[in-house]
Design a protein around this ligand. Structure first.
Ligand SMILES: [Zn+2]
Length: 140
């Protein structure tokens, strides 16, 4: 079990030291309500690809606080390995307006299993934005 964390959508990222300001998305926690609704398949597939470029990799594994899914959570995905493991790092994405979003990789599980609907701006960033170029996070 990793340490539990909750940050509301669009709050400022303070979980780790960071070189540039980042904005939290999808840091859900037990007992906290969150928006639900459909998320387009292309967005989910892009998020799975982003797990190939994980940031702020954690020592432990973050488990879902809403279910008893086996840890770490694995999902079949169209990536070279054939699956993705979730709960071990962050997905970073720079929006077209230069906002840098950070979401736990578990966001994919929250979307698929718990019907979480990320904000429209984040969906835009996933679709039309660009990868983190090394300025985000605490990478050396
Ligand atoms: Zn779950």
């Amino acid at each position: 079990m990793g340490d539990m964390t909750f940050f509301s959508d669009f709050s400022n990222y303070r979980y780790r030291a960071t070189l540039v300001p980042m904005v939290n998305i999808g840091w859900l926690g037990a007992g906290r309500s969150f928006p639900t609704g459909p998320v387009p398949t292309d967005v989910i597939e892009k998020l799975m690809l982003l797990t190939e470029d994980l940031h702020n990799i954690m020592r432990g594994v973050h488990d879902c606080e809403f279910c008893q899914e086996e840890s770490p959570i694995r999902l079949a995905a169209k990536v070279p390995r054939g699956y993705v493991s979730l709960g071990m790092g962050e997905l970073h994405r720079i929006d077209v307006d230069e906002t840098i979003f950070t979401a736990p990789s578990l966001v994919i599980h929250y979307i698929i299993q718990h019907n979480y609907q990320p904000p429209e701006n984040f969906i835009r960033a996933v679709r039309e934005g660009r990868p983190c170029d090394g300025r985000c996070g605490n990478e050396e």
